[in-house]
Design a protein around this ligand. Structure first.
Ligand code: RBF
Length: 172
């Protein structure tokens, strides 16, 4: 079955965008494919990922902190976080996925920089393989497409200070 995931419109250009990547080392066989997909999609849109703009973290739980570290190093238009959670005998995957989703949401809003959730949450390794360049597409590639869309959306907004109480710890 073809991927139902998000595909960016063909004509968008990422040449002016600075995109950072945080990649989890758990299930590295899968996350390396997500990283490959992310890089290819960005390059196809005219962008590049500099080596210093990619960081590795031990597991998915560390993705929000990894994104926070990148945001403290440089100014980014978006950060794409890549990971792979696979269900085991316990509920660790649910807790970690919720923590990551919540962490990235908070960080996006507080930093005013989109931090994308490129995390596969699979019941089996086969499901993960299918979503890392297999029959369900590549979730790393889709996360980059979403990052480009969000970054361009943000860039085209008139500059105004948030007025509803968000104060960025990063001074953005
Ligand atoms: N990290 C992942 O990215 N994917 C996993 O499937 C995964 N499974 C884990 C299972 C257990 C029981 C534990 C304790 C951790 C797991 N982690 C996984 C690592 C987690 O994201 C984090 O790196 C560690 O808990 C250290 O904070």
């Amino acid at each position: 079955m073809a991927s139902k995931g998000y595909q960016a419109p063909e004509k968008v250009s990422a040449s002016e965008l600075r995109i950072g990547i945080v990649c989890s080392q758990w299930n590295e066989a899968i996350t390396s494919k997500l990283l490959e997909g992310a890089r290819t999609t960005l390059e196809n849109a005219g962008g590049t990922i500099l080596p210093e703009h990619i960081i590795q973290v031990p597991g998915s739980f560390e993705l929000p902190m990894g994104a926070r570290i990148l945001l403290g190093r440089d100014k980014f238009d978006a950060i794409v976080c890549l990971g792979c959670l696979i269900k085991g005998d316990t509920e660790h995957d649910t807790y970690i996925a919720q923590a990551v989703a919540q962490g990235l949401t908070m960080l996006s809003l507080q930093s005013n920089t989109p931090c994308l959730f490129g995390v596969i949450t699979a019941l089996t390794m086969d499901q993960a393989i299918a979503r890392a360049g297999g029959e369900h597409g590549n979730k790393g590639s889709e996360a980059v497409s979403s990052a480009i869309q969000m970054a361009l959306l943000k860039k085209t907004q008139p500059k105004s200070k948030p007025t509803i109480g968000f104060k960025s710890p990063l001074g953005d």
